[in-house]
Design a protein around this ligand. Structure first.
Ligand SMILES: CC(C)=CCC/C(C)=C/CC/C(C)=C/CC/C(C)=C/CC/C(C)=C/CC/C(C)=C/CC/C(C)=C/COP(=O)(O)OP(=O)(O)O
Ligand SMILES: O=P(O)(O)OC[C@@H](O)CO
Ligand SMILES: [Mg+2]
Length: 229
């Protein structure tokens, strides 16, 4: 599966506006994929709009499902988060159970990629919405990574610092534990230096909000990640 080889990901938020000019630069930047996702304000219109606009380019496009009301055919992959450190079973498996009960007969399972999220920024929106317990030691986080890989056999473990730059020591400790499950890192990357640092440890680096704040800085992260060893 291609996603096993991804190094750099741009995450576009369907609740935010992006100009055609900026979108073209993002799509032609050399990134491995455009991942469409956000915590709130995600609508079918927003998800369709980005699908149609990104499809004009060659880059693959994946949808990270945050609400079942905003799912449409046509994406290359569907990423399904399960928030391992949520205190509310809704975000771990209940919404998933509901969706599979309703759409299980028509699902193309090979297009679905399950992601075990571990959210570590206590002040981000997704931590609040999912009631994530972010008060975790390195050992706690490593245990979630082991759970993702060995117990649930998830293809992706996503260390989510949304909005703040993470702790490289924690990212390294997790990476050292994982053999098959891919480590996605996302959060607070605003420069090529940060992107390169995380890319030396994580399998895949996700760049989000800086796209909307400083396009040039966002674009600089692609080369930084691709050149990192
Ligand atoms: C062809 C076709 C239609 C195929 C699809 C079939 C189908 C219906 C598949 C569904 C399968 C399934 C099991 C779905 C699960 C449904 C579901 C709603 C699950 C819940 C997912 C979940 C735990 C969401 C929580 C929120 C979350 C982790 C979102 C990810 C995005 C994220 C962290 C964004 C970062 O936040 P952001 O919004 O950027 O924050 P700022 O604005 O502060 O930057
Ligand atoms: O928006 P930022 O902070 O870059 O985080 C990226 C991504 O991990 C969000 O889900
Ligand atoms: Mg965002």
């Amino acid at each position: 599966m291609d996603y096993l080889e991804w190094r750099h990901v741009f995450k576009l938020d369907p609740a935010k506006d992006i100009s055609d000019e900026a979108l073209e630069k993002i799509c032609e930047s050399g990134t491995d994929v455009i991942l469409v996702g956000g915590t709130d304000g995600v609508t079918l219109d927003g998800v369709l709009d980005l699908l149609v606009r990104v499809r004009r380019f060659e880059v693959p496009i994946a949808l990270e499902i945050s609400t079942i009301d905003a799912v449409t055919p046509g994406y290359d992959y569907y990423f399904i988060p399960t928030v391992l450190n949520s205190d509310d079973p809704k975000w771990i498996k209940n919404l998933h159970h509901e969706a599979i009960k309703e759409y299980g007969d028509i699902m193309v399972w090979d297009e679905l990629v399950a992601e075990g999220y571990c959210i570590l920024n206590p002040n981000c929106k997704v931590a609040e919405v999912t009631q994530a317990n972010t008060d975790l030691s390195t050992d706690d986080v490593v245990a979630y990574a082991r759970m993702a890989e060995n117990f649930f056999k998830l293809p992706v473990f996503y260390l989510e610092y949304s909005g703040v730059y993470g702790d490289i020591a924690i990212v390294r400790a997790v990476k050292n534990e994982l053999q098959n499950t891919k480590l996605f890192y996302g959060g607070g990357i605003t420069s090529s230096k940060q992107a390169a640092e995380m890319a030396q440890v994580a399998d895949t680096v996700v760049v989000g909000n800086i796209i909307y704040e400083d396009l040039k800085a966002a674009l600089s992260t692609v080369k930084a990640v691709k050149n990192a060893i």
